[in-house]
Every structure is written in structure tokens, then in C-alpha cells.
Ligand binder design. Sequence first.
Ligand SMILES: Cc1cc2nc3c(=O)[nH]c(=O)nc-3n(C[C@H](O)[C@H](O)[C@H](O)COP(=O)(O)OP(=O)(O)OC[C@H]3O[C@@H](n4cnc5c(N)ncnc54)[C@H](O)[C@@H]3O)c2cc1C
Length: 422
Amino acid sequence: MKTVVIGGGVVGVTTAYYLARDGHDVTVLEKAADLGTDATGGNAGLIAPSHSFAWASPQAPRMLVRSLMGEATAIRVKLSLDPRFLWWGLQFMRECTSRRARANTVVKLGLAQYSQAEMYRLEEEESLAYDVVKKGAVYLYRDERELELGLERMALLAEHGQEVKRLSPDELVALDPAFKSAAEVVTGAIHGVGDGSGNSERFTAELAAVCEEKYGVRFRSGVTVQRLLSSGDRITAVVTDQGEIAADRFVLAAGIQSPILARTIGQSIPVFPAKGFSITARVEDDSATPTVGGVDEKTLVAWSRLGDSLRISSTAQFDGYDRSYVTSDFDNIFATARELFPGAADWSTAQVRSCMRPMTPDGPPIIGRGPRHANLYYNTGHGHMGWTMACGSSLLLADLMAGRRPALEMRPFVVRTRRKGR
Ligand SMILES: Cc1cc2nc3c(=O)[nH]c(=O)nc-3n(C[C@H](O)[C@H](O)[C@H](O)COP(=O)(O)OP(=O)(O)OC[C@H]3O[C@@H](n4cnc5c(N)ncnc54)[C@H](O)[C@@H]3O)c2cc1C
């Protein structure tokens, strides 16, 4: 069975791995020169089921209005008449009830937990090195009331098997002495005990090497897919800048580009980019740099220790496909880093970049066979949690494609143009 996977990020490469293990003859097409350099290469690095909260929540509309009025909010929206964004935005608003936010969070949590376990299993089986840290993640609060609300919110995750613990500032320092300065400005923290962190770009490269050497997967980098070709209810080939490539089955795992390619065969999927900013700074003082990853819940800045670097990221900006940034986009990250981890790194030499999360309006990714074409599968729309969810999503898809019963109920992930009433 010849299978083409479009996209060589963490989702495309994990998809290739599970399919090749099932005996598919897999080719991965990636437009960049290297694998895993887009969202996979710039994320915050958290492997964090405790961070599964759906973005569409009762609080979100107020934040969007404040953003439109020019306030500096964590989620920012630039007013746009792009019909794709308006359609996506309407659906997002529909998901902002507490009932839907809860349901979407529980679905994402289940996938994140399943995926994390599978990632760690894969790490053992294939001896993957990716700067993984398995000491949990901390969610920092600077205000007692916010901490109480955070604990109330986390109760939903605890009900579904995610261990969370309240930490005093002293307990935070006991967990990781590099939080000494952070402990002076926070009132407390929540420890997502089962969370972790790791370098998804490195994981992707290591797994790709296993795919190539052990399972004969072909990676064709520098090849841009321009459109899909269909005949009746089948996809026959992809048209690339280097000619047509035919196969028996196709998997669309192209991150934020997935909806654009899907449209070439008349399929609309609700995935829209949310731009984020991240920095990677070389560690200068080991004792001042945390190994435990986390999120400052006030500034919504997230960090992870990636070997001898610290990755720090922030912000979700709905600004279409515009990847540009200005220096001030990183102010929040640098200010938080300097306050929480003074002396950890030479911030002036940090590499800065933007990257985009492929967001669905409800939160759960899109995994499965499309409604229009019998041999086209989707694995996309993993949003702010795609590193955590990649292995599980790809195993679920491989199970579906093999006719095996997936370990999770697949209805929430169905290929959709919009979410039908639930
Ligand atoms: C700022 C930020 C912070 C984040 N933090 C976290 C976190 O802490 N934890 C977590 O779990 N997740 C996090 N995420 C989310 C996570 O990074 C993404 O969900 C995940 O990387 C998506 O993987 P992907 O493979 O679908 O997309 P990508 O990594 O974007 O890969 C898609 C690939 O497809 C290729 N491609 C696109 N179009 C074509 C084409 N036409 N032809 C050929 N190739 C094509 C691209 O070049 C790219 O390499 C974060 C994301 C951002 C932006």
C-alpha cells in the first residue's frame, strides 16, 4: 500500500512511523529543507495534559472584545473580513458555553493523556533522545483569588485522572531551586504532577531517522504540495512543484496549510492559524534555569528546558497567515523571563521567531477519513497542544486505517466543516 503523508512536522512524522510499522510503503513530502521546523520547531515544549483547557470558554469573548479595543491580552485578534476567519470565529463563539468548554476540555485531556503515554512508550522502544523532562509542570499564580480559581478549574482534570497539587512558594523552590526568584512574586502554584517537557523538533528528527532506517520511509524535503487531484471519490495524486506523485492513500498533516490544500478538492475544514512568539536562549547559569517547565498564568508565558537552552513562548494572535513580527511582540516574554529567571541566560542573544498553531474552533484535532474521498485521511488541527497529542493522534489514525478499533471514541475528532449540535 503506497501512502503519501503531506507535512513533515511532528504530526506527519509520527503518522509516517505508525503507518510504516503497519506495512505501508510511506513517502513524506515536506516543503521546508528540514523536518519539524514549523510549529513543531518553535513551540513551548510542554508535554502537558494539565494544559488541555479548551480556548473557547465563557471567558474568551470578553477577552476578544478587550483585544479588539486595543488592550494587550494573551489572545489577540486583528479585525479581518476574511470569510475563512469569520466562519471560524463564529464557530469558536458557539463553543464558548461552559458546557461545551467542559466537553471539549475532557476530550482534549483524554487524547493528551493517551498520547503522552504512547510518546513515552515510543521513546523506550525506539531509544529516542529529545531532552525530555518528566518532573511535571508548574502553573504559577500571583494572586490568591486566581490560584483558587485555577484549582477549581483543575478539579475537572483531576476528576479525569490528572494529578494536580497545590504548591506554596517554598514547595515550589523545593521542587526546583531555580524558582527562587519566581517564589518571591507568586502566591503559589499548581503542580501538574504527570506533565513534562521535551524538544519536539529533536523528537521528530530522531523518529524520522528510525522511520528511514528501520521501516524504509522516504522523506522528500524541499517538495511543496500545490494541490490534490481527484477522480470520482478517490485522490489519485498530489501535484507538487516537482511533478505529480501518485499513491493509494494520502494523509493530510500539513499544520496550518491543511485547510488550504483540502480546499483544492472542495473540502472545507475549520483550521485557522493562531500566531505565537517564542525565544530560545542559551543557558548561562544552570542553577538559575529551571528544569521543570511551566506557565506563568498571569502573563501566559510558557517555558521548557531544552537541554542547554531555555525555550519561552507566549501569545496567540489571530492575524491570518501573516508570520511577521516586531520587537515589541517579545516584550512580554523577556519581561517575564527576566523577572522569574534572572541570570539564567544571556537574553540579548536569544533567537526569536513566530510560529503558528493550527487551531480548530472547538479544540479537538481532526483525525480520520474525509467524507468525500475514500482514500484521503486527515491528521491536523492540533492547536496549542499538538506536541503533546501527536503520538496518540497518529496511532489512532493508523488504527482507523488498518480497520482496528481505536483506543478512544473517535466521534469528537471526525473530519468536519463545522461541529454539529451536541
Ligand atoms: C507558540 C507556540 C507554542 C506551543 N506550545 C506547545 C506546547 O507547549 N505543547 C504542545 O503540546 N504544543 C504546543 N504548541 C502546538 C504544537 O507546536 C503544534 O500543534 C504542532 O507542532 C503541530 O504539528 P504539525 O505537524 O501539525 O504542524 P507543523 O509542525 O506546522 O508541521 C506542518 C508541516 O507541513 C509542512 N507543509 C505545509 N504545507 C505544505 C505543503 N503544501 N507541501 C509540503 N509540506 C507542507 C510545513 O512545512 C510543516 O513542516 C505550540 C505552538 C506554538 C505556535
